[in-house]
Design a protein around this ligand. Structure first.
Ligand SMILES: [Zn+2]
Length: 304
């Protein structure tokens, strides 16, 4: 009897998420096919794996293609440079080298997920400086200088559009170029509600770039997915155990809109492995990073 009860309970628990999913605008899985061209915009090296490692793997496995675009190299994190490299007053060169380390980590992480290095794009804009580039939309801006690396433009190797400096206009043009080159039919970005200014600004600039392209090419309407990284104590507040379920934050304004993408055990294992490639970040916040390695990821559709 107990066994029957258990089986009934198990059936209910297994079926419950599917029922809940049916009320959503659609499942993430149903949006993916071999025609999918996914472009993931990641504010820093690690956000793409934290938020979308499963999505990336699923699209590749289904026969679609993926590009990841890093907005910054993550070279503006003094505490991590000090702790990781045991340097008390890091110089501009130390920060640039730290950014280089993070770029290399991201290439290892993304190849772990099945991507080719040639499908990874680094825009090399200033870590911690994206919101400053939003301050004067439209007008001619003086280029921003990164307080950590001392740079005021992306490195010659990274630049997509010639003569680009650290301005909002420059960043928008670069994003327009990568969007035009790849023509994604699915986009994933951090959301405007993300509490890290670089993350909210990533959404802002990608949206600006898309709006501009969409005016000239109204048919360019990719499915836009938001993934969440920073929001109070989330997801650490739900524990940090790998494999457990990831729920949206209780106090999130769009709490009901999140759609789970349930990952296979193999996808979770590869996600965990990818996160472990980010050794510079594991040193300073390993428990936080691994708290994203759960049995599902969460996305919500952005209403364009
Ligand atoms: Zn980030």
């Amino acid at each position: 009897m107990l066994q029957v009860l258990f089986m009934l309970l198990f059936a209910f628990v297994t079926l419950a998420p599917a029922g809940a999913l049916a009320e959503k605008p659609g499942s993430i899985e149903s949006l993916i096919s071999k025609e999918t061209r996914l472009m993931v915009f990641s504010p820093h090296p690690d956000d793409e794996s934290l938020g979308a490692a499963g999505l990336i793997q699923r699209v590749i496995k289904t026969g679609g293609s993926v590009k990841v675009v890093f907005m910054t190299n993550g070279d503006g994190f003094p505490e991590a440079v000090e702790m990781g490299d045991h340097i008390s007053n890091p110089s501009a060169r130390d920060f640039r080298e730290y950014g280089q380390d993070r770029m290399e980590e991201s290439l290892r992480a993304l190849t772990t997920l099945g991507m080719k290095e040639s499908d990874v794009i680094f825009l090399s804009f200033p870590d911690g400086g994206l919101s400053a580039l939003r301050s004067k939309p439209g007008g001619k801006q003086k280029a921003y200088t990164s307080p950590t690396t001392g740079e005021n433009r992306p490195s010659a190797l990274a630049v997509v559009v010639p003569q680009t400096g650290y301005t909002g206009e420059g960043l928008q043009l670069e994003i327009e170029r990568v969007l035009s080159d790849f023509r994604p039919n699915m986009l994933a970005t951090t959301g405007p509600e993300d509490t890290h200014p670089d993350h909210a600004s990533t959404h802002f600039f990608v949206k600006q770039a898309w709006k501009h392209l969409h005016k000239e090419h109204p048919e360019f309407k990719p499915t836009w997915l938001i993934y969440l990284i920073h929001y109070g104590q989330w997801p650490m507040a739900q524990g940090s155990g790998t494999w457990s379920k990831l729920d949206p934050p209780e106090d999130h304004p769009h709490k009901e809109k999140w759609i789970p993408l349930v990952l296979t055990p193999g996808e979770v294992a590869a996600k965990r492995k990818a996160l472990l490639e980010y050794q510079t970040q594991m040193i300073v916040m390993g428990r936080y990073l691994l708290s994203f390695a759960r049995s599902n990821e969460l996305f919500r559709l952005d209403n364009q």
